[in-house]
Design a protein around this ligand. Structure first.
Ligand code: SAM
Length: 217
């Protein structure tokens, strides 16, 4: 068995046990998680841990999130393939690659330039052409391409950043972790005209969202 085949088997196991086994049902999310080679987004020396049930370090003190949480958030957004999506916190680029399969166009913002460049390089190597990585403070959103049918934030905010709500399209959805350093709740926001409401989903633990409308340095 060559190593790509071995990784592919690990990926199948990840989808069956960690995702389906915990109630992830959206077939588009499951297909995307089966297809995207997560091991390519992990530092090379640690690729053998890529399909484990936990977050992993990716440099700059940051992490690639646990596969189940990624799948949970993507499922909650209920993407049908027509959306323009904004992602805050590109990190390794893994979730951006999944979004590239689930939506029409993806803009992803990362505050660490080294991570943004590395993620853009892997996405390019994988011939993913509908994901644009930008370097900057994602708490301000990316007004140039707004509005977005969906926004996903992969770092935890003290409160929902207002610029992100303003950049949602009518009927748009925004998912993000909100809370303090030692524990947060995933919030799913919906826009209806000028009205916004949200529901609380599950407890999570993310690295902080640092920026003008997030936490201080
Ligand atoms: N989605 C990523 C992946 O698939 O690897 C994991 C993201 S990691 C949990 C959170 C990321 O958010 C980190 O890379 C961090 O540098 C980034 N981040 C934190 N504050 C940010 C901000 N204001 N704008 C953009 N990125 C930010």
């Amino acid at each position: 068995m060559d190593s790509e085949e071995a990784f592919s088997r690990q990926r199948e196991k990840m989808v069956t046990i960690q995702l389906k086994g915990r109630g992830i049902r959206d077939p588009r999310v499951l297909d995307a998680m089966l297809a995207v080679p997560r091991h390519r987004f992990i530092p090379p020396g640690e690729a053998n841990q890529a399909y484990e049930d936990r977050p992993l370090p990716i440099g700059e003190g940051q992490t690639i999130s646990q596969p189940y949480i990624v799948a949970y958030m993507l499922q909650a957004l209920a993407l049908d393939g027509h959306e323009r999506v904004l992602e805050i916190g590109t990190g390794s680029g893994y979730q951006a690659a999944l979004l590239g399969r689930l939506a029409r166009e993806v803009h992803s913002i990362e505050r660490h330039e080294t991570l943004a460049k590395a993620a853009a390089k892997i996405l390019d190597e994988l011939s993913i052409t509908n994901v644009m990585v930008h370097h900057g403070d994602g708490t301000k959103g990316w007004p140039e391409q707004a509005p977005y049918e969906a926004i996903i934030v992969a770092a935890s905010a003290p409160v929902v950043p207002q610029p992100l709500l303003q950049q949602l399209s009518d009927s748009g959805r925004l998912i993000l972790p909100v809370g303090v350093a030692w524990g947060q709740i995933l919030q799913l926001w919906r826009r209806q005209g000028d009205a916004f409401d949200y529901e609380e989903l599950v407890p999570v633990a993310f690295v902080p969202l640092i920026g003008e409308h997030g936490w201080g340095e």
